[in-house]
Structures are given as C-alpha cells and as structure tokens.
Design a protein. Structure first.
Length: 265
C-alpha cells in the first residue's frame, strides 16, 4: 500500500523551524561553505568520511503509518539538531555519509533516501526533504536478518571510506521471517561494521497483529547489535525516539561509548 506523506510532514515546520526556513530561502545557509573542509579521497577514488551510516527502519505490519511517519520525523529532527551538526563538523574529516533504508519482509528493503554526504545543516535538511517527500509503503513480516544483510551490502558497495561504519536498526519486535539473523550479524562483524539499535516499545498495539510480549531492548541486545562499541537505546514515545536518536547520532559520530556521552552531559 502506497500513500504520500508530504501533507503529513507539514507539521515539520513546527517541529523543525530550520527546515521551513530552508525551503523558504536556501541561501540562508550559504555562509556554511566556510565550514566545509577540503575533501580527501582514497587511491581508488572513494571520498573519506568520519562515518558511513545506514538508518535501517522497520515498516513491517506492526508499524502503522503514524509510527512510520514518527520515525521519519524523528530522523529529520535529530539530523537538524545543532549538537548533531556540531558533532559532524568537529569530526576528523568534518563530514559523514548517510542513507535511509526501510525494511520489512525478506524481499522488502527499500532505499528511501540514497547515500548523501552531510557536512552542513543545509545538507542535513536536504536529506530530510527527501524523507518528507517519499511515499509510505508498508510490508508484513519482520526479517531483521535480511535488512542487516542488505545494509552491509549497501555499505560495502558505496563510494566512501569511513573511519567508522555503522548500521542503525530501529524496530518494535523480534525476527519472524527471512534469512538467518546470526549469519547477518556475523557478516557485519567480519566487515567491521557496528550494528546499533533503537528498540521501540509502547502501549499502542496494531489490532490486526499479535501483541509483542517480549522486552524488545533486551532482544536487540542479545540478538541484533554487534561490535565493540555497540549499544541499544530504548524508546517508549515519539519524544523518547527523537532524543534516543539524537544521542545515538552524537555517540556514533564522535565514536564514543554511551557512558562517555553521559559524562559529557
């Protein structure tokens, strides 16, 4: 089922005033050019970045259209956050590469926003605009292994060389379809790709799906995340999700442990 989300994203003008300002007058960010550092490339022509990041976002049947919209809006708000932009610009290379992947069934992995280099607030808002304009397409089952395998391939085949490589997987339940999740985790670990998670668990329940009766955060900790600095941040409301994503982005961009983020306030 496909539905446009453009009208629904009109509320972003309230949630993220900078986005509305960007659409009204993109030239307001022209001064940011002075913050952009000289680009460096590897011998085979790949752009060097501080972080290669795939947002892998659950749109299975347990996620309704409102929740899918909230996830996109959460990514928009987090990417436009001044602390996130400052973290990007303070990195060794001053830029990251991101893409937004929605997933559900074993054969449902949909790139909503392609690989984009983010160096400035204008870059982040341009990426957000792609998310705002994309249609919503829902799947059925929850094939986490397939989503991770696809995300690994997207990282391995992109034109970037990142100091760190991360998959951010958000979801509200356990795997119930698709290829082996342990195999997908092992492939990511072998490629030195970190998998982090945001677990979504709230009181809203899709009446047409069986209830999720497990601790999603603990499931992610035991079966999804991988890597020496991997972690899960739980969320129970939209506000939780936005704050968890904002914190997670800063941690990942800076290469911190969550405890180090807490120490920095």
């Amino acid at each position: 089922m496909m539905r446009p989300l453009v009208m629904a994203f009109a509320c972003l003008a309230v949630a993220t005033p900078a986005l509305a300002q960007h659409f009204a007058d993109p030239s307001v960010y022209a001064g940011e050019d002075s913050l952009v550092r000289e680009r460096q490339y590897t011998g085979d022509g790949r752009l060097v970045v501080d972080l290669e990041l795939v947002f892998a976002v659950d749109v299975s049947a347990s996620i309704d259209e409102m929740e899918a919209l909230q996830q996109r809006r959460g990514h928009v708000q987090a990417l436009a956050d001044p602390d996130v932009i400052s973290s990007i610009q303070a990195g060794g290379h001053g830029r990251i590469a991101v893409m937004y992947l929605e997933w559900a069934d074993a054969d449902f992995q949909r790139v909503v926003a392609p690989w984009t280099v983010i160096e400035t607030e204008a870059d982040a808002l341009a990426f957000a605009a792609i998310l705002a304009e994309a249609d919503f397409v829902s799947g059925r089952r929850t094939a986490i292994g397939a989503a991770l395998a696809n995300a690994v391939q997207l990282i391995e085949s992109n034109p970037y060389q990142g100091t760190r490589r991360v998959i951010d997987l958000s979801g509200d339940g356990p795997q119930n379809a698709g290829p082996s999740l342990p195999d997908a985790r092992a492939s990511a670990e072998a490629a030195e790709i970190t998998i982090n998670g945001i677990s979504m668990q709230n009181e809203r329940q899709n009446p047409f799906r069986p209830p999720v009766n497990i601790d999603v955060a603990r499931y992610f900790e035991n079966h999804v995340i991988v890597g020496p600095r991997s972690f899960v941040l739980p969320s129970h409301t939209h506000e939780d999700f936005v704050e968890a994503l904002r914190r997670k982005l800063i941690i990942e961009i800076a290469g911190l442990f969550p405890a180090e983020m807490a120490d920095k306030g």
